[in-house]
Design a protein around this ligand. Structure first.
Ligand SMILES: Nc1ncnc2c1ncn2[C@@H]1O[C@H](COP(=O)(O)OP(=O)(O)OP(=O)(O)O)[C@@H](O)[C@H]1O
Length: 334
């Protein structure tokens, strides 16, 4: 089967007027038009198969939203080619709109002053959703997202978590083939996150919807996605499994223990003490080491009152990638 999304040599440059500070600067800005170019997406190539659930991960400003805007036809690429479900997004935006659903964290597709239910009715009309399917979908979404009493409330009165649940229901109402979800978990509390995760996972598994999920939190993506694309400064740095990326570029985990007494020279086999502050000790250990064994060994020597295992963050992984690239360049004498 051909991929549902194909992106070839995709780049996007933003050209903005350079602003100078102060009153003098403002006058200068008015009379001398100097431009700044930002390379938001830089020569990205990727393919996504029908039915995949993919994490599109990157730090703030990495280029995730810009990619999504091009994939959904909102922005015209500077160079490169995109095909989404056989369509060219910028040229066939309207046709594509019926096949995709999107959630852009900061932007709402709902009508602020209307009760949620009325927003849903409007979407039903816009997307020409048959009444039967509309009712079925709303009932099914309600089960996971708990829309119940929210339907009668004006959207402006919804909390962030309630709004995100509503945005997701709205984006999936017309049975899209593909969904682009930009930071749908950002700022949500644990309970709301769980609703949203379950909804994303079920939509992919049960309904077979291809989902691309943008996030700057690796832990969020890890729970849902097998495959992850990592973008940094517009470049696609990695395409593979979350597990492999961690093994390759962030091989260490951190064990934080709190002890009953203060120890400055604590040690344990197979781990390195990297920080000791008061009664808190931080040990770095390789992913291949069993943490339970480590904790058991530690507790024979020290009285442990609390402990926590920390996974590497996205920053750690990206740092690891650049360090590895620099090391390889040096070895090759470049
Ligand atoms: N309309 C615009 N005009 C000029 N520069 C822009 C515009 N939109 C984004 N950029 C710049 O392009 C780069 C990529 O931004 P983008 O919003 O795609 O990143 P992102 O990965 O989605 O980040 P975030 O997680 O913060 O939303 C950033 O340097 C950003 O400042």
């Amino acid at each position: 089967m051909p991929p549902i999304i194909t992106v070839t040599n995709l780049s996007k440059e933003y050209r903005t007027v350079k602003r100078h500070s102060g009153i003098g600067g403002s006058i200068r800005t008015l009379f001398t038009r100097e431009y700044v170019t930002t390379q938001a997406v830089d020569d990205v190539n990727l393919t996504i198969q029908r039915g995949e659930l993919i994490g599109y991960i990157g730090q703030n400003g990495a280029g995730k939203s810009t990619t999504f805007k091009m994939l959904t036809g909102v922005l015209l690429p500077t160079t490169g080619h995109i095909e989404v479900d056989g369509l060219i997004p910028f040229k066939q935006r309207q046709k594509l709109a019926y096949r995709i659903g999107s959630v852009f964290g900061q932007r709402s597709q709902l009508w602020w002053d209307l009760p949620l239910k009325e927003s849903m009715e409007i979407l039903k009309t816009i997307y020409r959703i048959p009444t039967e399917i509309y009712k079925q979908n709303l009932a099914e979404f309600d089960e996971i997202l708990g829309l119940g009493e929210l339907l009668e409330k004006p959207v402006r009165q919804l909390s962030l978590g309630q709004r995100m649940r509503s945005e997701l229901a709205a984006a999936f109402l017309h049975n899209p083939e593909i969904a682009f979800l930009d930071e749908p978990l950002l700022g949500l509390d644990v309970v709301a996150k769980e609703h949203v995760r379950q909804f994303i996972s079920e939509s992919n598994r049960r309904r077979g919807i291809t989902i691309v999920l943008a996030s700057n939190d690796m832990a969020d993506v890890e729970r849902l996605c097998q495959r992850m694309l990592l973008i940094d400064k517009g470049h696609l740095l990695y395409d593979g499994t979350v597990d492999a990326i961690k093994h390759e570029y962030a091989p260490y985990r951190t064990l934080i223990v709190h002890t009953a007494e203060t120890y400055t020279d604590a040690w344990v086999e197979n781990a390195e003490l990297v920080e000791s502050e008061g009664t808190q000790l931080k040990f770095r250990f390789l992913r291949s080491i069993n943490p339970q064994q480590l904790i058991a060994n530690l507790s024979t020597r020290y009285e442990i009152t609390d402990l926590l295992i920390e996974e590497p963050t996205l920053e750690d992984v990206i740092r690891g990638m650049y360090e590895e690239t620099n090391k390889q360049r040096k070895e090759q004498g470049r």
